[in-house]
Design a protein around this ligand. Structure first.
Ligand SMILES: [Zn+2]
Length: 136
């Protein structure tokens, strides 16, 4: 009954029929990390019922693409290398923009709530932020 599953997992005397080594682990780990970002983004979107891209998506993108770039450099495959050679640029740029956005938040002097940049009033207590707030 479970013979097909055993065959799938353990094929030709190897796990998943793959000849494992350090670089195979790096490559498959890169695949797993890179692929997992879709579930993270999907989960966040379903949870909020609107399309969102959580910060974890960019970290997973960066980590996965660097692992896959490492693997492709090791393999020496120019097509695969080019596919991951420049993808880190928008990932890092998005992380920088996110960090700057978080740093630009204003903290309410009354209740300490962190409010989005350019807020005029505290989201929590309604205190005017312009004079009473400090940068987070
Ligand atoms: Zn407040």
């Amino acid at each position: 009954m479970m013979h097909w599953l055993t065959d799938l997992l353990w094929h030709n005397g190897q796990l998943l029929g793959i000849r494992w080594g350090v670089w195979k682990v790096v490559g498959w780990l890169g695949n797993a990390v890179f692929f997992s970002r879709f579930f993270v983004q999907w989960y966040a979107t379903e949870k909020l019922k609107r399309v969102v891209v959580p910060i974890a998506f960019w970290w997973l993108s960066l980590a996965g693409s660097l692992l896959l770039l490492s693997y492709s450099l090791h393999q020496g495959d120019s097509v695969f290398i080019f596919a991951y050679l420049f993808t880190w640029i928008p990932y890092i740029r998005n992380l920088i923009i996110h960090r700057r956005h978080v740093a630009a938040h204003l903290r309410c002097a009354q209740c300490q709530t962190s409010c989005p940049p350019q807020s005029k009033f505290c989201l929590s207590c309604g205190t005017r932020l312009v004079a009473a707030a400090v940068k987070v």
